[in-house]
Write a protein that binds this ligand. Structure first.
Ligand code: KG4
Ligand code: ZN
Length: 340
């Protein structure tokens, strides 16, 4: 039953290759529905034009299913939240156009949400929730950041990648190993059967809290070239060990900087977010480090790690209760700094 004070939010996420919709009531996510786009696998990466077209085909059924699953009528929705950026412009425009049209038709407020902040805000969907201030390592296909979070939606980037994102490092090395896109989950799967110390790959030597993954990529490329010239079946004979060693190196690079950030800030509330936070190697190594460093660690439920509208709904909820409303006139933005 809806009472006058209930806040029902319909949230839309379409920044990359997942079309997602969620319904949340008073900060509780009731449904979170996503349609992914298999079409990109045959191209080895996301094709922006195809992503936009698939969003256009998927958005109405996805929203419809999210409302039905939540048991909420569209007329009961009193706020719409959507991803304004950063992301692929054509993809964002589909979600933004839909959200604006519906907000206008229902004559209700529209809230613009920052996609990377939303990955962090996914920690406020379910318990246990981190205490402020906390650090969040956000690792996705497009971003790798260590963020200091001082309040809902208030974040400062302490470190970022100077080249590839962690997810790209997984996907690009997976491609070299002949695995289809997105390779991250496959590396994770093969790695569970392999020896992480079988092969050694380059680790960057970057000052401060920034990351770099291009050296690792080159190191894997030259290593494979040399090995394949001796044995053309080298990859298939060693796929588990190769995946375990690549994963081990990426996780080591990430956790070295996270530990440095925790020491420098004196913060021991530590969270991870983004698609790569689904990685078992990262989760296990983080739990080990947490025991040694006496950290409280927070890892979102799997459905809220990768791109999803649940995280947009929760970001929108906290913006709404703080009176931070958007406008129908805001343009979508492919790039959007965290502090803006
Ligand atoms: O957050 P996300 O769904 O989308 C972006 O905003 O980019 O992250 C997608 C990235 C891809 O690079 C994918 O390979 C990676 O997350 N990923 C993983 C795993 N699951 C997803 N990487 C490693 N291990 C996983 N289990
Ligand atoms: Zn994302």
């Amino acid at each position: 039953m809806q009472t006058k004070a209930d806040i029902y939010i319909l949230a839309i996420e379409s920044s990359c290759d997942d079309t997602s919709a969620a319904v949340c009531k008073n900060g509780i996510v009731l449904s979170n529905i996503s349609a992914d786009q298999k079409i990109h696998a045959e191209y080895g990466g996301v094709v922006p034009e195809l992503a936009s077209r698939a969003h256009t085909a998927n958005i109405v059924p996805v929203v419809d299913t999210a409302l039905k699953r939540a048991g909420v009528d569209v007329k009961d929705i009193n706020v719409i939240a959507y991803t304004r950026g950063p992301g692929l412009l054509g993809s964002l425009l589909v979600g933004a156009g839909f959200a604006k049209g519906l907000a206008q038709a229902l004559n209700i407020p529209l809230i613009d949400v920052h996609h990377m902040k939303a990955h962090v805000m996914a920690h406020f969907i379910s318990d246990p929730k981190p205490q402020f201030p906390f650090l969040c390592l956000t690792v996705s296909g497009g971003h790798t950041q260590i963020v200091k979070v001082t309040d809902y939606n208030v974040m400062e980037v302490l470190g970022t990648t100077i080249d590839d994102a962690a997810g790209e490092a997984f996907d690009k090395t997976a491609k070299m190993l002949g695995l289809p896109y997105p390779g991250g989950p496959l590396i994770d799967r093969y790695a569970s059967e392999g020896n992480p110390l079988a092969f050694k790959f380059n680790e960057p030597n970057i000052q401060g809290l920034d990351f770099s993954f291009s050296g690792l990529k080159t190191s894997v490329l030259y290593f494979l070239k040399e090995k394949i010239s001796d044995n053309p079946r080298f990859i298939e004979e060693n796929i588990n060990d190769l995946c375990a060693s690549v994963q081990y190196t990426i996780v080591k690079i990430l956790l070295k900087k996270l530990k440095k950030a925790a020491h420098e800030t004196g913060i021991n509330e530590i969270a991870i977010a983004g698609g790569v936070s689904a990685n078992h190697g990262l989760r296990n190594a983080l739990s080990e480090m947490a025991k040694k460093e006496k950290w409280n660690v927070y890892i979102p439920e799997f459905q809220y790690c990768t791109d999803n509208a649940g995280m947009i709904a929760i970001s929108g909820y906290y913006k709404y209760i703080q009176g931070d409303l958007g406008s129908l006139h805001l343009p979508t933005v492919a790039r959007w700094a965290m502090g803006d």
